[in-house]
Design a protein around this ligand. Structure first.
Ligand SMILES: Cc1ncc(COP(=O)(O)O)c(C=O)c1O
Ligand SMILES: N[C@@H](CCOP(=O)(O)O)C(=O)O
Length: 470
């Protein structure tokens, strides 16, 4: 399998290459040269497989040429062995139509673990073949950071520099990052929003002095969903859920609480591979760039408003570029031009082809604070189920999507409610407790560096602490 950049001028790479590269050297994102396809018969045959076997079946076409099936199986067995539920991503029924797909049974209690437990092991596997050292630079609004740190802490040949927006993540999220004491983990609290942090990360990939791919000193890679391997691993749970609901005979819809458009793009990939998906509902909080883009073609980033669903406080949704590229006829030069315009003005209009293509599969909803609270209250009172604020946004959108009653709607539960106890308590009166496996999080000592929100401050910090590429 070869991967190409959405901006057309970076070299095509194999799976190992894109995993270690993270972002393409032309600033674009890697996507498979073509979408692997499963027939209806092949999908039917996946029914009843364990999560690990399903993961191997779904991901094999993407890793061809870089991993054997046995190697992939071994990595998946070890990654998903760390989940506290035998089903890895169990489904819970809420009423006749609504279902919740629990993605938070990994070590850091958010859906990010599904991909990052695998990605940490992929890095280790590929780096073992060389003497090189990897410098991971990531941005987090809370969950990617903790999941990535858990996945790579203490691993040889890897350093991780994780930027979080100071004061804009929950206490649990921050502590899950800052209490991990490993010499290769560097937590940086920066002034500004997640978007500011993400922009600095992307800039470092294009910095000639920093990025080895451009002649610089460090082999920089990504753990954010700009890294293709993240999305690949997330495709699996769409298959797992749909198969349990009767796919390929029955179509299902998914409602996805969305920020960086990674999770829902994985659903798009599943549909491209042949999984019968009726609709993908993109649920945003008041930081609604994606809702505006999908309803009016207006992709323009305003300021970021802090909300009770902080992990979705994002206005520049990196993976939307992958969708626009695919819907726009995979024209790298045109995509590069469109993105250059956006990077200059922070605004762009979708083309007619992009709008029409998206309308075929996606719908969207903007869910405000009151609606989020209503969803939490409803789930608690009617089903005895406690939703986290992000999942509540998806669940509200799912219940109001107006889909035919015969179509099951599965909301992706992206985080455990105990990661956001204050917001949950405000809406439901219940204070969720952290599961035992998280341990004495509030007794541990925190360590992080506070930096001004400037690229130079971050680049200097990384230069002082990172190991140069061999
Ligand atoms: C709990 C939670 N829900 C939803 C999202 C949004 O996912 P995505 O950025 O893949 O759209 C995130 C982070 O991105 C998250 O941490
Ligand atoms: N919500 C995320 C933001 C980063 O998104 P990613 O999926 O691109 O890593 C977070 O919690 O950090």
């Amino acid at each position: 399998m070869k991967y190409i950049s959405t901006r057309g001028s970076a070299p095509a790479l194999d799976f190992e290459g894109v995993t270690l590269a993270g972002l393409a050297s032309d600033g674009g994102l890697y996507v498979p040269e073509s979408w692997p396809q499963f027939s209806e018969h092949e999908i039917a045959e996946m029914s009843g497989l364990s999560y690990v076997e399903l993961a191997v079946r779904v991901m094999t076409p993407f890793v061809e040429g870089s991993l054997t099936v046995e190697e992939l199986r071994d990595l998946c067995t070890r990654a998903y062995g760390r989940f506290s539920h035998q089903a890895v991503t169990p489904l819970v029924q809420m009423d006749q139509q609504q279902w919740i797909l629990e993605l938070f049974h990994g070590p850091t209690l958010a859906f990010k673990d599904v991909a990052l437990q695998l990605l940490g092991r992929l890095f280790e596997h590929f780096l073992a073949k060389s003497d090189d050292h990897l410098t991971i630079v990531g941005a987090t609004s809370g969950d990617t950071g903790s999941a990535a740190i858990d996945a790579v802490a203490g691993r040889e040949r890897v350093d991780i520099f994780m930027l979080h927006p100071k004061g804009r993540v929950s206490d649990v999220q921050r502590r899950q990052m800052t209490t991990v004491r490993a010499p290769n983990v560097h937590n940086l609290a920066i002034e500004g929003s997640f978007d500011d942090a993400q922009a600095m990360v992307k800039r470092m990939f294009n910095d000639d002095a920093m990025a080895a791919s451009r002649g610089g000193k460090y082999r920089i890679s990504a753990v954010n969903s700009i890294n293709w391997a993240r999305l690949m691993a997330q495709v699996v749970y769409y298959f797992a859920a749909a198969l349990q609901m009767g796919a390929p005979r029955r179509k299902v819809a998914f409602s996805v609480p969305t920020g960086n458009f990674g999770d829902v793009f994985a659903g798009y990939v599943a549909a491209k591979m042949g999984l019968p998906i009726e609709r993908l509902i993109v649920a945003t909080n008041v930081n609604d760039i994606l809702h505006r883009a999908l309803t009016a073609g207006d992709y323009s980033a305003g300021g970021v408003t802090p909300t009770a669903s902080p992990s979705m406080d994002i206005q520049v949704s990196s993976n939307f570029e992958r969708l626009l590229f695919d819907l726009g006829g995979r024209d790298g030069a045109a995509m590069a031009e469109q993105m250059r315009g956006f990077e200059t003005t922070r605004a762009m209009q979708l083309t007619n082809a992009q709008r029409a293509g998206a309308a075929g599969l996606f719908s969207s909803a903007r869910v405000d604070q009151a609606q989020m609270a209503q969803a939490m209250t409803w789930a608690n009172e009617k089903c005895g189920y406690v939703l986290d604020p992000h999942t509540a946004i998806g669940f509200h959108a799912a219940r109001h999507a107006g889909l035919d009653a015969s179509t099951p709607v599965i909301t992706l539960a992206t985080a455990h409610p105990a990661k956001f106890p204050d917001a949950v308590e405000r809406s439901t009166g219940l204070r969720p407790y952290l599961p035992m496996r998280v341990g004495d999080l509030f007794e541990r000592t925190e360590a992080f560096e506070e930096l001004p929100g400037t690229y130079d401050a971050v680049a200097q910090y990384v230069s002082r602490h990172a190991v140069p590429s061999a």
